[in-house]
Design a protein around this ligand. Structure first.
Ligand code: FAD
Ligand code: NAD
Length: 467
């Protein structure tokens, strides 16, 4: 029986990053993955493929709707969905192969199969084909991620009522796509197909979209998504979805009990994801779950069983790849006795629609609820020369700073390249910058980042220059 210092179960961004950092720190490391490719949800059916299709569909949409204004004339513009999916698959393959290379480079043993605890220090691995094997391990990191959730009484048949996983491989553009849930997955996948010509209807239970982010962002995003033909039914709770041949009927109720019925050819279930612990044999090791089915961990990411840890989507906190990665590094360093830290308040959130949406720190709603005195600085992209040059005039940057100390408490933006721009806000806040610090730092001209500086100037004595 092979023996390891540490065994990681699951090779998503949490698991593979944890394994690499453990190996770098000198631990004899194994990683167990039940699927044939490494990379987990993120690389295979999540972040990477969705961004590949978002980019392709945005190119098509721009070619159809913006190029003529730039003086580029196209004849017979055609969309080739098969090629888009093929390119997406190539991107995924290259990225997953890259992880296999990194495992080799770091001398990490990769074992394919489902990992199940026999006891605290013994794991059985059951491959899809072939013989089971057992390994002995001193410590274990569980990084088994999450799976799409559904609603009671609705069966995901994976043909007409689908999840993001099937949506990433559709062979036709839906005529009418119904989205259950106006969260990140719904809006990203909805954007892809709306840009490619589908009618997209969003049924959302709350009175806003992307409700975990600052409210102003959802409001602005909804306006811009309407412009690409998406329609929204807010405060509607979906009660049923049924398939008949090639069509799907979805019903939802508003607060007064009024029923809306929609008929489409596809429906994406996007009401959140649930932690995945099936097949792990947690009882055999004595590992406990919390009341929401997540593996219960303390601040050091250790479970109730000494030497068994858990990270990423399977534990509390944001279900984000970079959160899982940071926990992987944190844990490896903690295990060898270093003193790493993670600031959970400074994990940025990004939605890769166009315009992109990004936020970090406290939202205005949270500051109000906590009774914190704050000031607001904002700057619209329509006043940015860079944004005018690229025809990306929608959106704004908003900075929330402490009224007394001027420390930046939250940054929320919707606009071109917000996904990349938010990094500056994270760095500023990690170093506890004031709005004035940002206002006095030189930003290249013309660049989208000037909007961040102008918002900071607006927050400090309302002295933005270009508005
Ligand atoms: P996962 O990536 O889910 O990996 C878990 C792995 O464990 C899987 O490979 C699974 O097969 C394996 N496993 C499970 N049980 C066992 C077992 N018993 N034995 C062996 N192996 C097992 N996040 C972002 O930050 N940015 C994005 O742009 C983004 N886009 C997304 C788009 C979509 C469509 C989806 C669905 C998700 C997206 N996410 C995004 C979320 C992101 O994918 C997850 O937060 C991230 O993958 C979590 O990483 P993880 O390592 O915890 O788990
Ligand atoms: P989500 O939690 O973001 O959104 C789900 C939405 O469904 C919510 O707005 C909720 O109010 C709504 N809903 C729930 N029940 C409903 C009902 N009966 N009728 C109508 N609406 C209902 O979940 P998601 O979009 O499925 O995404 C799952 C996770 O994946 C997210 O937590 C996110 O962290 C991650 N993700 C991240 C990215 C990114 O970082 N860009 C991209 C995709 C996914």
């Amino acid at each position: 029986m092979s023996k390891y210092d540490i065994t990681v179960i699951g090779s998503g961004p949490g698991g593979y990053v944890a394994a690499i950092r453990c190996a770098q720190l000198g631990l004899k490391t194994a990683i167990i993955e039940k699927y044939p490719t490494l990379g987990g949800t993120c690389l295979n059916v999540g972040c990477i493929p969705s961004k590949a299709l978002l980019d392709s569909s945005e190119h098509y949409h721009n070619a159809a709707s913006k190029f003529s204004a730039h003086g580029i004339k196209l004849k017979d513009l055609k969309m080739d969905l098969k090629q888009m999916i093929k390119r997406k698959n190539e991107v995924v393959k290259q990225t997953c192969d890259g992880i296999a290379y990194l495992m080799k480079k770091n001398k990490i043993d990769v074992i394919h199969g489902t990992g199940t605890f026999i006891d605290k220090n013994t794991i059985e691995v059951s491959p899809e084909k072939g013989k089971k094997l057992k390994i002995e391990t001193d410590k274990t990191i569980i990084a088994t991620g999450s799976k799409p959730s559904s609603l009671p009484g609705i069966e995901i048949d994976k043909k007409r009522i689908i999840t993001s996983t099937e949506a990433l491989n559709l062979t036709e553009v839906p005529k009418h796509l119904i989205l259950i849930g106006g969260g990140i997955i719904g809006l990203e996948m909805g954007s892809v197909f709306a840009r490619l010509g589908a009618k997209v209807s969003v049924l959302e239970f709350m009175d806003g979209i992307i409700t975990t982010m600052d409210k102003s962002l959802g409001k602005e995003l909804q306006k811009t998504l309407k412009n690409i033909g998406m329609e929204f039914y807010m405060k509607h709770r979906v009660t049923s979805a049924t398939v008949k041949g090639k069509s799907v009927a979805v019903t939802a109720e508003d607060k007064s009990g009024k029923v809306v019925s929609l008929k489409g050819d596809y429906c994406i279930m996007a009401v959140g994801r649930s932690p995945y612990t099936k097949g792990l044999g947690l009882d055999n090791a004595g590992v406990k779950l919390d009341d929401r089915g997540r593996i219960d961990v303390n601040d050091d990411l250790e479970t109730n069983v000494k030497g068994i840890y858990a990270i990423g989507d399977v534990v509390k906190g944001a279900m984000l790849a970079h959160k899982a990665e940071d926990e992987g590094v944190f844990l490896a360093e903690k295990i060898v006795g270093q003193k790493p830290h993670i600031n959970y308040n400074l994990i940025p959130s990004v939605v890769y629609t166009w315009p992109e949406v990004a936020g970090v720190g406290y939202t205005e709603e949270q500051l109000k609820a906590d009774g914190v005195k704050y000031k607001v600085g904002s700057f619209p992209f329509k006043a940015s020369g860079r944004a005018r040059a690229s025809m990306d005039l929608e959106g704004f940057v908003k900075i929330l700073a402490d009224s007394d100390t001027d420390e930046i408490l939250g940054v929320h933006m919707i606009g071109p390249r917000a996904a990349d721009m938010i990094a500056e806000a994270v760095v500023a806040m990690e170093f506890r910058a004031s709005a004035e610090d940002i206002a006095r730092i030189c930003h290249a001209h013309p660049s989208f980042t000037e909007a961040f500086k102008e918002a900071a100037m607006d927050a400090t004595e309302k002295r933005a220059i270009h508005i």
